[in-house]
Design a binder for this molecule. Structure first.
Ligand code: ZN
Length: 136
């Protein structure tokens, strides 16, 4: 995700209304490294704006991921959101649910010829070190 200012600019440029609710959602997302679900974003925004609805949160998250401003990926059928849209993969622990970002070198991928990458949604699943994964 870009800065809150850039997002606000983008919203206005697209003719959308920049509401206090949207701003609060942007604020929760900016620099968020916890890969929150819509519910988690909702409960955090709610502390700022108690009247906000889960629907508004869903709509805003969908809009932002549709624009490529946030990355969306699924774990066990639940969507998680990541404001970091640089190419990277997530390592997901099946035991504790911990999600860690992994750098990913697009140059090292064997992409189909002429394929233009617009996003990467790679999830690597397994068990983290504290949950009995490998010793490395
Ligand atoms: Zn774990």
């Amino acid at each position: 995700v870009r800065s809150i200012e850039a997002l606000s600019e983008l919203t206005r440029a697209r003719g959308g209304k920049l509401t206090a609710q949207k701003l609060a959602i942007y604020r929760v997302l900016a620099d968020n490294t916890s890969h929150p679900t819509a519910d988690e974003v909702y409960s955090e925004v709610k502390q700022d704006i108690p009247v906000i609805s889960l629907t508004t949160v869903y709509k805003t998250l969908n809009e932002l991921s549709g624009l490529g401003e946030i990355k969306r990926f699924e774990i066990n059928g639940t969507s998680h959101f990541d404001p970091d849209t640089r190419p990277h993969a997530e390592a997901i622990c099946l035991t504790c649910g911990r999600i860690e970002d992994m750098p990913m070198d697009l140059q090292s991928l064997d992409l189909p010829r002429g394929f233009a990458v617009t996003g990467v949604t790679t999830s690597v699943i397994g068990h983290c070190k504290s949950c009995g994964g490998g010793s490395q």
